[in-house]
Design a protein around this ligand. Structure first.
Ligand code: F6P
Length: 360
């Protein structure tokens, strides 16, 4: 299943999982449209063979579809999903999704025994089915351009998104230089500034705003001064990269429009805004996202197929370029802690708690 926002490299993971599963003797199904497909059942759950995943390695998005399901957040939705999985004899599941989807998967796992008991009581499954499915073994792969999940250095799609953003910054720089302009480039990442920070470095930007590092009071003057110094040194363009979730220390969003107004008020310049939007999430996956998703997909199959009766769900990711598996529930809890730290203004703790990606 792929779930939540799509990301480049999800298809590589799907392909690897299907083929490694078949190679190891499993019968493999795809659940189309994420957890919503599990709720709807029927032809949303389809059997996949070796050649069904041919020619998808280099395609962006996810060929098995994805969705952000609000119904899955309700106990009724989760109960239906459990019923459909049991009806198809599915006892092992690999979810490729972002922190939201993996958090949802955790919720379902914790309540699984209750749901099975309810379904049995309501006569929706037989006693034999209930006994065959005392639990569901889950492995999670993080598919998200945001790189916001604790437990893996990189999430599937981040590298491709960084390539796309860097290309865009390069393109913007050339027109900005011609006109001696300032551009504000807004990038995705929700509550995580990884994409903004890394592409600001890779694109040689002058200034960046990140959710984890809200600027201190007086940032407006400092920004104008830094940009002015660049111009004084002969630079013809100025590039500001702003993460979509950036805010100041009072929690007021630092939007592209706000930065544009600051520039106008202090320098008189009409800075241009480019919001990259979903371009960052579409298109061809990078080589890194292809091999990393493939390696993690194969490991996830090993994990679910070798899971013992008391096995905990795992998160499969990469740490220091090694594929690794660790407890999914802890990774989800630790990711929630990061969001809580940011919400309460403990930015240093948030960065430490995330512990992913670039470290010194
Ligand atoms: O989580 C991935 C992401 O692309 C975020 O960076 C962004 O905030 C969000 O999804 C956009 O969601 P949607 O595609 O539902 O508009």
């Amino acid at each position: 299943m792929t779930s939540g926002g799509d990301a480049q490299g999800m298809n590589a993971a799907v392909r690897a999982i299907v083929r490694a599963g078949i190679h190891k003797g499993a019968e493999v199904f795809a659940i189309r449209e994420g957890w919503q497909g599990a709720i709807e059942g029927g032809d949303h759950i389809v059997h996949l063979g070796w050649s069904d995943v041919s020619g998808i390695l280099n395609k962006g998005g996810t060929v098995i579809g994805t969705a952000r399901s609000t119904e899955f957040r309700t106990p009724e939705g989760q109960l239906k999903a459990v019923e459909n999985l049991i009806a198809r004899g599915i006892d092992r599941l690999i979810v490729i999704g972002g922190d939201g989807s993996l958090t949802g998967s955790r919720a379902l796992l914790l309540r699984w025994p209750d749901y099975v008991a309810q379904l049995l009581e309501q006569g929706r499954i037989s006693r034999e089915q209930a006994e065959r499915h005392p639990r569901l073994f889950i492995a999670g792969l993080v598919g998200s351009i945001d790189n916001d999940m604790v437990g893996t250095d990189m999430t599937i799609g981040t590298d491709s998104a960084m390539h796309r953003i860097t290309e865009a910054i390069d393109a913007i720089s050339s027109t900005a230089e011609s006109h001696r302009r300032t551009f504000i480039v807004e990038v995705m990442g929700r509550r995580c500034g990884y994409l903004a920070l890394m592409t600001a470095i890779a694109g040689g930007a002058d200034y960046t705003f990140l959710p984890e590092s809200p600027p201190r009071e007086g940032w407006e003057d400092r920004m104008v001064e830094v940009l002015g110094r660049g111009r004084a040194a002969g630079r013809r363009d100025s590039i500001i990269v702003v993460a979509e979730g950036a805010a100041d220390r009072e929690g007021e969003p630092i939007t592209s429009q706000r930065i544009q107004q600051v520039m106008k008020d202090r320098t008189g310049e009409e800075a241009r805004i480019t919001i990259l939007g979903h371009v960052q999430r579409g298109g061809t996956p990078s080589a890194y996202d292809r091999w990393m998703a493939t390696a993690c997909g194969v490991e996830a199959v090993d994990q679910v197929l070798s899971a013992k009766a008391d096995a905990e769900p795992v998160l499969v990711g990469v740490k220091r370029d090694q594929v690794c598996a660790q407890p999914l529930l802890k990774a989800v809890e630790d990711t929630t802690k990061v969001a809580d730290f940011i919400a309460s203004g403990d930015y240093e703790d948030a960065v430490k708690a995330r512990g992913a990606g670039f470290t010194r």
